[in-house]
Design a protein around this ligand. Structure first.
Ligand SMILES: Cc1cc2nc3c(=O)[nH]c(=O)nc-3n(C[C@H](O)[C@H](O)[C@H](O)COP(=O)(O)O)c2cc1C
Length: 394
């Protein structure tokens, strides 16, 4: 199937699956351990239903959403995904441009294969945020954060749920590790997926050699098949709220913590000067058995009040999912895998197609629920079997 014929994010997922070698597909689509978190992220949407208004003139509806004084075209953005370059040639640049052209925010991962400055330059004019993996030692973090500042990134998103790598057994079986192991089985699998091998792998090799984690390498030279740079890995388990306090002092622009799922932690983030949180379980890739972002939204909104930015990511595959999160109290939803499905299926145009699908779905849901503007969304629009009413947050 051509990506242009994809009617849904699920269609893009099927195309991506057919194009990618197993090692890359598993890394993209998998969760941790028994997929309890991953599956629940999706299952939750089935339990929440709409209570639409009827006989409303919706002809002038709009999905526009204001965040930090900027207007976006819809209440969602692109979550950070490391190693995105495995799924498309210069995938981060492609996603950042697709987001800019759709009028949506893009979060670049620390673990990008492209230097953050190049992505910022290529997607100039877009709302670019930078995701930070924090090391215990300050020097490399200062250096990286200063680069992000100088390159014009508007917000920093500190990922907080990575004290350890999640238990992803398939990665170990496949040899997906740092350093990456290129064994015979993986090379053969690559040969069986010629489109990926030529369009992504070979093109990247010819352009810039074996991919590197350009933002965390000491001198930009360590390849993904080399030993990792110790200074960014070491003492990850020690990172704590004191480090966040320091980061708040150091970074002058908007600051989020990603990986929060509890009201008390969100409140603490707020008290320490965060501008918002990303309610996230890392797309089910870290601890298995965490509540879904949707289950955490009401508690976090209630704990932090209405002037705090509450983002949510994990399992959003339909416009209706995004509208449910916003109605529950989130300011925006973020999507991870759907963009990589789009990139794998059709490069930058595939990523644009993924965004187009979601935007069209959002527009249709607004019409069918009798909602004309995002400000009208509240829990009143929703129903679920064990619904605890939370007062409208707006
Ligand atoms: C392939 C892949 C790589 C990811 N890399 C990062 C990363 O570098 N930093 C980060 O904070 N989150 C990372 N995430 C998590 C996403 O930011 C996001 O939380 C998650 O993908 C949302 O769930 P979804 O994929 O179901 O939309 C990654 C997710 C995937 C699928």
């Amino acid at each position: 199937m051509n990506f242009r014929d994809a009617q849904s994010i699920d269609d893009l997922r099927a195309i991506a699956h057919s194009r990618l070698p197993k090692i890359a597909w598993d890394f993209l689509d998998g969760g941790a351990e028994d997929n309890l978190t991953l599956d629940n992220n999706r299952a939750v949407f089935q339990r929440i239903r709409f209570r639409p208004h009827t006989l409303i003139d919706v002809s002038k509806r709009s999905a526009k959403t204001e965040i930090f004084g900027k207007t976006f075209n819809a209440p969602f953005g692109i979550a950070p995904t490391g190693a995105a370059g495995l799924y498309g040639f210069k995938a981060d640049t492609a996603m950042a441009r697709a987001a800019r052209d759709a009028g949506l925010p893009f979060v670049l991962s620390t673990a990008s294969f492209e230097p953050l400055e190049e992505v910022a330059q290529a997607a100039k004019g877009g709302a670019l945020w930078f995701q930070l993996y924090m090391a215990k030692s300050r020097a490399p973090v200062e250096k990286l954060v200063t680069r992000a500042l100088n390159a014009g990134f508007e917000a920093l998103v500190l990922t907080s749920d990575v004290a350890q790598n999640g238990n992803r057994e398939y990665n170990r079986r496949n040899g997906f590790s740092t350093p990456l192991k290129l064994n015979l089985r993986n090379l053969l699998d690559g040969a069986l997926h010629p489109r990926w091998s030529l369009d992504v792998f070979l093109r990247t090799l010819l352009d810039s050699g074996v991919p590197r984690y350009q933002n965390v390498s000491r001198d930009g030279n360590e390849r993904i098949i080399d030993k990792p740079v110790a200074e960014f890995q070491e003492r990850r388990e020690e990172v704590n709220w004191e480090d966040f306090r320091w980061l708040r002092e150091f970074w002058p622009r908007k600051l989020f913590i990603k990986g929060v799922v509890r009201g008390d932690d969100a409140l603490k983030a707020q008290q320490l000067g965060a501008d918002g949180v990303f309610i996230s379980n890392h797309g089910g890739r870290q601890l298995d058995g965490i509540i879904s972002p949707l289950e955490a939204i009401p508690e976090i909104r209630a704990a932090t009040g209405k002037n705090f930015m509450v983002m949510a990511d994990g399992g959003f595959r339909r416009g209706a999912d995004i509208i449910k999160a916003v109605a529950l109290g989130a300011d925006m939803a973020f999507i991870g895998r759907p963009m990589l499905y789009g990139i794998s299926a059709g490069g930058e145009d595939g990523a644009k197609h993924a965004l187009q699908i979601l935007r069209a779905e959002i527009d249709r849901v607004l019409a069918l629920t009798g909602i004309c503007s995002i400000d009208e969304l509240s829990p009143d629009l929703l129903w679920h079997p064990d619904f605890v009413p939370v007062h409208a947050h707006r």
